[in-house]
Design a protein around this ligand. Sequence first.
Ligand code: ACO
Length: 325
Amino acid sequence: MKNIAIQSLGHYLPRRRLTNLELEKLVDTSDEWITTRTGIKERRIASIGEKTSDMATQAGKEALKRAKLTSDKIDLIIVATTTPDSNFPSMACLVQRALKAQHAAAFDVSAACSGFLYALTTAKQFLLSGMYKNALVIAADKFTNLLDWNDRSTCVLFGDGAGAVVLSGVRSSRGILSDYMFSKGQFADTMSVITEQREPLDQKNKMMKIPYVEMRGQELFKIAVNSMAEAVQIVAHKAKIKMSDISCVVPHQANDRIISAVARKLGVSKDKFFVNIHKYGNMSAAAIAVALYEAVEKGEIKSGDYVALVTFGAGLVAAANIVKW
Ligand code: ACO
């Protein structure tokens, strides 16, 4: 075995679309503000009964089917999420049960929007060490559960969804060539979940105590641009490739302006960046997993291409990988 490679991808998106025009009726905002400041036109919203574990399971199921692998061949399941159904059992154990993957070790990773790449790199190490053979890595978030629907500065930004990959060893030069994970806890307060009382979207439960997200957007914006650009440079250097060798960059989808600024900072054409934020908003950990899925489906990533994956998120945490497809 030479490298660890992504063998297949899966995804899941809730049916319900919430458009900017609908949000105009909810808070003091406009389609024009949201579009020009973020690039988002609509996002998907999971229904009340649709849990993070359900979305994770659907994405995992598709990845397994595409890998032509039965669930009993999976010996590691990692789910990246910050919006689990409950504190425990882990989402990975619920996915294991749903998929009947009885031979797998299963656990969750919490690294906000960088969770998918943290989980990918973690799984890669287990496979490289020989401890496990086939890993199912899933990113799933029902982030809209954490939103204060009276706060226009956050409620317009996020959406729900899930993405998944099957990883295993290959004897070729393709695979995950380099990894980088970084954390800066000193910026923990720039985005966090507050647990005071607030009014939920469902006004029938008005007095419920529900956690919600608070964010210092402008500060995060700058840190995001710098840390994502730096992360891509580091993984390219580690993989011994030049920036010009990269055919496609799949970035975390938090704001189209952040993606443009990263492209400028790296001196890489924005055309090489895969963007789908207009359809889904920021799906937290799932955003990059779904973007990767769509980039491959649309033929924007082909066999032999060098692909850069890069994320940042609350924590603060950033991560990147170079993958030879
Ligand atoms: N509609 C209309 N006006 C709004 C809205 C809205 N939805 N939200 C804020 N505004 C107003 C503000 O009140 C402010 O008004 P003022 O000038 O009268 O004070 C004005 O718009 C500008 O606000 P800014 O915050 O300066 O707007 P900015 O251009 O910075 O855009 C944004 C805000 C989109 C949040 C941007 O800063 C951003 O994307 N930051 C990064 C956030 C991010 O990536 N978060 C995810 C982290 S990843 C994770 O772990 C989940």
